[in-house]
Design a protein around this ligand. Structure first.
Ligand code: HEM
Ligand code: HEM
Length: 186
């Protein structure tokens, strides 16, 4: 079904989850690869353009995901989960949502540091709302770049722990945690 029920995630929540997970991992790999490109590479300008465009489209996608989450009831925790597991899960999910927005904002601030808009696939562009000059930060590009890099490692670190926890529930505890996110109504 489309919507969540008391026991299961609907297919739209599952689709939102897996598309965002794949895109975030893709942006992480693309980001690390592109910052080492030299001026002579054909990808020198194209790769960051693709990275910024996909990153901003993902931001819109995640906002839609959160609206959908607010319009839906959340399935009850898996009955065999201990109270601390439910609590830790909730905290980690919050950290992941906040981490995603921190990536969007810091990425946007690198791109607009000198007042240039962010062009999304030559389709539309988002103007610079704040610039290094207006904020009084001299080398905002570098500062935001450092923050963006550190946050990327933190986000992927938490996502990896989160994925390991899901795999532990599936293979060791043999409960329905992962199957529920795969749309199985167990
Ligand atoms: C979840 C989303 C995102 C992830 C996981 C991500 C990941 C990364 C990573 C790993 C790097 C390489 C950092 C380094 O080693 O210096 C990077 C660089 C960069 N990202 Fe993102 N990014 C995301 C979203 C965005 C968005 C939305 C924008 C802009 C609108 C953006 C703009 C940039 C720019 C301009 C760089 C180059 C920074 C530099 O030259 O130092 N990113 N990103
Ligand atoms: C960048 C990668 C990922 C991000 C950002 C992410 C983010 C999230 C978030 C925010 C939620 C909470 C959903 C909600 O109720 O609103 C969630 C749930 C979940 N995720 Fe991920 N996820 C990622 C990758 C993965 C991977 C690789 C797996 C499996 C191996 C996984 C398995 C799950 C499961 C099973 C749930 C449901 C947990 C529950 O019912 O309490 N996720 N994820």
């Amino acid at each position: 079904m489309l919507k969540n029920s008391d026991q299961a995630y609907g297919w739209l929540a599952c689709a939102f989850h897996w598309v965002s997970a794949i895109v975030i991992i893709g942006l992480f790999i693309l980001g690390l690869w592109m910052v080492d490109l030299t001026y002579y590479s054909d990808w020198y300008k194209t790769a960051p353009h693709i990275h910024r465009s996909i990153g901003l489209l993902l931001a819109v996608f995640i906002i839609a995901r959160i609206i959908w989450r607010l319009m839906n009831s959340q399935p009850a925790p898996v009955s065999t989960h201990k109270a601390w597991e439910v609590k830790t899960g909730h905290i980690v999910h919050w950290v992941l949502y906040i981490g995603m927005f921190a990536m969007f904002i810091s990425g946007y601030m690198i791109s607009t540091a000198k007042g240039q808009p962010v062009d999304v696939f030559n389709w539309f562009s988002l103007p610079a709302v704040v610039t290094g000059e207006s904020l009084g930060i001299k080398n905002m590009e570098d500062v935001a770049g450092e923050i963006h890099e550190i946050l990327a490692y933190i986000l992927i670190g938490f996502a990896s722990l989160h994925a390991l926890a899901a795999l532990k529930h599936h293979f060791i505890d043999k409960d329905s945690t992962l199957l529920r996110m795969l749309g199985k109504n167990t």
